[in-house]
Each structure stands twice: as structure tokens, then as C-alpha cells.
Write a protein that binds this ligand. Structure first.
Ligand SMILES: Cc1cc2nc3c(=O)[nH]c(=O)nc-3n(C[C@H](O)[C@H](O)[C@H](O)COP(=O)(O)O)c2cc1C
Length: 331
């Protein structure tokens, strides 16, 4: 257990924010698998201020997801402060997080995302302004630096702390690395040693054992899991259990996995509409099917489907096929 400001986080496993993935449908599903904290996908500060309908829809939070951290991004102090104020007053998020890690040029050329990492003084300035403007605790998610020549993770995290930020999440890659190479947990450890606020470590936690290793090697308060949770929300449950008891629970059966996939689909339909949800669910379904033998044909078919009925029937037929094969082998 740890605390971010006055928000209690019941265990040390955190779902990473992921654009296009971490909406309420996925977050609630992951929450039900035991995550201590779930993070929402990044939301544009300007989108909030211009009352963009799609952006405002992204602010929806189901009470059952809480505690939840809502992430905003932007490259200017004024708009970030205003967007944070809006989130503070008009949403039931528990924590306001500022994105200082997004590596995508479209974002960094507006001085947002990882661009902040080049200047600890600017970080201090913007975080202080946001902290002063809101009541909810403010946190920052950052990469370790811009590139290998500009790794200011320690200075940047200290700037967040001095400014009144209540936690930092550190992804152990530079902006230049994008998602390549290995996450540098050593820098995460240096950050943990340099600040008193909670530090959440992130990058390359693919298994429950990795999570334990990150906690032990870096001393961080929590581990943040991103890609390993895609189509794999039970990874969170397996990690929570492993950290608490040392027990490694087996993966669920194919039928159980598909049941979760359909639950996720139905939540996405309720959140958006059938047409959008089914299209969005194609990539998730492929993730849910990952690692299950003989999935190539069904994955291709899923990429063409447009309705819930089609998608569910493809998935259920596949489960039956897999189970028939398993039964034949067992005889
Ligand atoms: C599809 C995708 C979308 C992402 N979107 C965001 C985002 O909105 N905000 C953010 O701070 N990080 C985002 N990230 C980065 C992740 O939060 C995380 O830092 C990164 O994936 C490393 O962790 P992992 O090795 O556990 O995946 C995204 C990553 C992926 C794969």
C-alpha cells in the first residue's frame, strides 16, 4: 500500500496510461483484476478547453474504477493549468497527471510530452502552477530523458517534488529510444533515491517476476504495467498475487480469456457505439488471442468484422475449435 497525496493505493500494481486503449471499458476490466491504480489515456489540454466533444467523452470515469489518475498533455503552462482546473472541478478522477513522456513528434513539436524533459526549471514552473490551481494531487509521468546526452531524470523528478507534485512515474527509456532497446532501471533507482515522494517504475515489466525484480532492484513504491496488460488483464491479478504471496497463478483457459474479451467488448459498446466499439475491439481481440495456437485464421476474420454478433460468433467458434482439439488430445 502507498499513498499519492491523500489517495490510498491498495497495492503496488499500476495500469499504465495508453492512448487508444485505456478508456473506461478497459480500465474497469483491469481494475476488476485487482490493479491498485488505473491511469486513463492522455487527454489534450486544448481539446478540453475547446470543449471538443470527443475529448470531453474521454473524461468519463466509472466510480468502480477508482482510484484513477487522469492524464493531460500540453506544451504551455496557461492551457495546462486551465485544463487541470477543469478536470479538478468536473471529473471524479482522484489524481491529475501531466504527460512528460510522449515521444511522438506531433506532440513534442508543440513543446508537450517528452519535450518538457529538457528543462527542469520549466517543469518546476508548470507543475507549481498546476498544483496551485487544483485540489486533487498532481503527478508527472516522465521518461528518463530526451536522449542519451540529456538524461535529467533526477533533476526533473526533484523539480516535480519541489513544485508540490505528489508522485512521479518514470519510464526507463529516453524519448529517442521510443519503445526500442531496454528500459534503464538503474536511472529509476537513482530517482527513487533522490526524492521522498512515491516513485512508480515503468518499462519492460512483462511478467509478475519482472515486477518483483523491479521493486527489489530499484526500491520503487509501485510498478506500472503497460503493454503486458494488452489483451491480458489477468496479468495484473497474477502480479498482485505473486507480489503478495509468491504464488504464480496459471494463465486462464482459452474460454476464460474469450469471456473477458467479450465483457470488454460489451463495455466498449456501452461506452461508444457498436460500430466504433467493434472496430476498436479488433486490435484488442488480436491481443486476447495472442499466444493461443492456430489463431491466424480467426485473427484475419476479426479484422473484417463489423458487428458484435459477427465478432462474438468468430470468438466462440474459435474457443470450441480449441476445446475440441484439447479434448481429442486428452483422449
Ligand atoms: C499503445 C500505447 C499508448 C500509450 N499511450 C500513453 C499515454 O497516453 N500516456 C503516457 O504517459 N504513456 C503512454 N504510453 C506509454 C506507456 O504508458 C508506458 O510508459 C510504456 O508502454 C512502457 O511501459 P511497458 O514496457 O510496460 O509497456 C503508451 C504506450 C503504448 C504501447
Amino acid at each position: 500500500m502507498f499513498k499519492i497525496g491523500n489517495v490510498e493505493i491498495k497495492n503496488r500494481v499500476v495500469l499504465a496510461p495508453m492512448a487508444g486503449v485505456c478508456n473506461s471499458a478497459f480500465r474497469l476490466t483491469v481494475k476488476e483484476f485487482g490493479a491498485g491504480l488505473v491511469c486513463a489515456e492522455m487527454v489534450s489540454d486544448k481539446g478540453i478547453l475547446f470543449n471538443n466533444e470527443k475529448t470531453l467523452d474521454m473524461l468519463y470515469i466509472d466510480e468502480r474504477e477508482k482510484p484513477l489518475s487522469l492524464q493531460i498533455f500540453g506544451g504551455e503552462k496557461g492551457t495546462l493549468v486551465e485544463a487541470a482546473r477543469f478536470v479538478d472541478k468536473n471529473t471524479n478522477a482522484d489524481i491529475i497527471d501531466i504527460n512528460m513522456g510522449c515521444p511522438v513528434p506531433k506532440i513534442t513539436k508543440c513543446d508537450a510530452g517528452a519535450k518538457w524533459l529538457l528543462d527542469p526549471n520549466k517543469i518546476y514552473d508548470v507543475v507549481s502552477a498546476v498544483v496551485d490551481a487544483v485540489e486533487k494531487p498532481v503527478t508527472v509521468k516522465m521518461r528518463i530523458g530526451w536522449d542519451e546526452h540529456h538524461i535529467y531524470a533526477v533533476e526533473n523528478a526533484q523539480a516535480v517534488e519541489r513544485a508540490g507534485g505528489k508522485a512521479v512515474a518514470v519510464h526507463g527509456r529516453t524519448r529517442a529510444q521510443m519503445y526500442e532497446g531496454k528500459a534503464d532501471w538503474n536511472v529509476i533507482k537513482q530517482v527513487k533515491e533522490a526524492v521522498k515522494i512515491p516513485v512508480i517504475g515503468n518499462g519492460d515489466v512483462q511478467t509478475p517476476q519482472d515486477a518483483k525484480r523491479m521493486l527489489e532492484e530499484t526500491g520503487v513504491d509501485g510498478v506500472m504495467i503497460g503493454r503486458a496488460a494488452l489483451g491480458n488483464p489477468w496479468m495484473i491479478y497474477r502480479t498482485v498475487r505473486y507480489l503478495e504471496t509468491g504464488e504464480l497463478i496459471p494463465e486462464p483457459s482459452v474460454r476464460e480469456k474469450i469471456d473477458v474479451c467479450i465483457l470488454h467488448l460489451d463495455r466498449l459498446i456501452a461506452l461508444k457505439n457498436e460500430h466504433i466499439a467493434v472496430k476498436e475491439m479488433r486490435k484488442h481481440a488480436a491481443w486476447y488471442l495472442k499466444g493461443i495456437r492456430g489463431n491466424a485464421k480467426v485473427r484475419n476474420a476479426i479484422n473484417e468484422c463489423n458487428t458484435r454478433e459477427e465478432l462474438v460468433s468468430l470468438l466462440m467458434n474459435f474457443v470450441e475449435e480449441v476445446e475440441a482439439k484439447q479434448n481429442a488430445q486428452a483422449v
